[in-house]
Design a protein around this ligand. Structure first.
Ligand SMILES: [Zn+2]
Length: 408
């Protein structure tokens, strides 16, 4: 097994330059920055980093996390940066002969945010758990991608796994007790190219925390208490399990607990007599036979996707930002059919399809403004490029009608 790991590590180093040779800055392609902000670090800073001792508090913390996540022998090291102002997961660039999975951490930066020792320890534990999760989930092995879905999926899975670690590290605490610590560390308030916004990342950590409780509680237990929170547990007819914290927050997953399917978010059903539903905002994570198929961030009404400013990403790199109602894309929004092509549509939608009036901006510079039906140009419209009209008239199922007649 060790030989295989070494072989993988060597292949990784040879095929991908972890450290850029001709620049003073570290190549960031393989790393995650904990707070969602990319920071340039110099080779000098990396070379000056210090390996943590297993007997130090940070050394003990990472050993605990490895044990809790059931990889006690994982070779991942932690190195302390000075003036790094961040934390991230990467392969060790200090010694090219023997690269090791590593977490680089500027502990002073994070410790300065918190006054008491317990909060500092929880903060460090969360950061270590998140970065270790990136290594465990093989994110640090992957090729660089500018597919936003891949980045978001990785961050949410690392956040979820970090929540599982916290639930087990602090068995007497509820998520309420530690939520503010995580909030102080994540700084990006809106979605970035690599990380979902702070609120959704906090939800992902919370999802992992509640999932860890669900995993350890037998099916017949209906209520448990952890410090400031009461958790009620439900099962639904589709074989899904739901855990509700203080009647305000719910997490729903499939019975096996390990499946990446989940929904989590808020509810206003404070005293649910039956199965509580999402009511407010949250995340919905779906899977198909081929793995994770989509992630939804946004509002819910009676458990269905609903509201303005929702955001959905699909694994084929398409996305939608805009309005949902009764579970479907309905109304004004922006659709990006393919992230890499840079084509996009802004306009009306009906049950997920481009329908009504809308503008399509093609990557070749052409713009169509007009009417749509079932994702096809249909009705009156104008196609132009660089202010020159190419076609002006009527379309029928995407085909321009030379006689210019609009049938409907
Ligand atoms: Zn990350």
């Amino acid at each position: 097994m060790q030989k295989i790991i070494i072989l993988i590590l060597l292949t990784f180093l040879i095929t991908t330059n972890v450290i850029s040779q001709d620049s003073n800055y570290v190549n960031h392609d393989k790393v995650c920055f904990i707070d969602g902000n990319n920071i340039n670090l110099t080779l000098r800073q990396i070379n000056a980093s210090v390996l943590v001792d297993n007997n130090s508090s940070i050394g003990k913390s990472i050993l605990n996390i490895k044990k809790i996540l059931r990889f006690p022998d994982n070779p991942c090291d932690v190195r302390i940066l000075s003036n790094g102002n961040t934390a991230y997961a990467c392969f060790d660039g200090v010694n090219d002969e023997n690269p090791r999975p590593t977490i680089f951490l500027d502990k002073n930066y994070y410790q300065s945010m918190f006054y008491n020792i317990e909060d500092k320890n929880i903060a460090i534990a969360w950061i270590l758990a998140h970065e270790f999760a990136h290594h465990l989930l093989f994110h640090t092995f992957k090729e660089k991608s500018d597919n936003i879905f891949e980045h978001y999926k990785q961050e949410m899975m690392a956040d979820k796994l970090s929540g599982k670690a916290l639930a087990n590290l602090y068995p007497n605490k509820s998520f309420n007790d530690i939520e503010n610590i995580i909030r102080s560390i994540i700084t990006n308030n809106s979605h970035s190219k690599t990380h979902p916004s702070k609120e959704y990342r906090v939800l992902s950590v919370k999802a992992g925390f509640l999932n860890a409780i669900l995993e350890t509680v037998p099916d017949n237990v209906k209520e448990i208490q952890r410090n400031s929170s009461v958790f009620k547990l439900y099962s639904d007819s589709e074989g899904k399990r739901v855990i509700c914290e203080n009647g305000k927050f719910i997490f729903k997953t499939q019975n096996d607990g390990n499946s990446p399917y989940f929904e989590c978010g808020y509810t206003n059903q404070t005293q649910p007599s039956s199965l509580p539903k999402l009511e407010g905002w949250g995340i919905e994570y779906s899977i198909s036979e081929r793995g994770i198929s989509s992630i939804f961030f946004g509002g819910f009404k009676e458990g269905l996707r609903s509201g303005e400013n929702c955001y959905k990403l699909w694994s084929d790199s398409s996305s939608y930002q805009g309005r949902y109602s009764e579970g479907y894309i309905n109304g004004e929004g922006k659709s990006i059919p393919n992230w890499s092509k840079k084509d996009y549509y802004i306009g009306n939608h009906n049950s997920g399809a481009l329908e009504g009036y809308g503008s399509f901006y093609y990557s070749n510079g052409e713009i169509y403004k007009g009417w749509w039906k079932q994702n096809k140009k249909h009705g009156k419209g104008i196609l132009y490029k660089e202010n020159q009209i190419l076609l002006n008239g009527c379309w029928k199922e995407d085909v321009f009608q030379n006689n210019g007649e609009c049938s409907d």
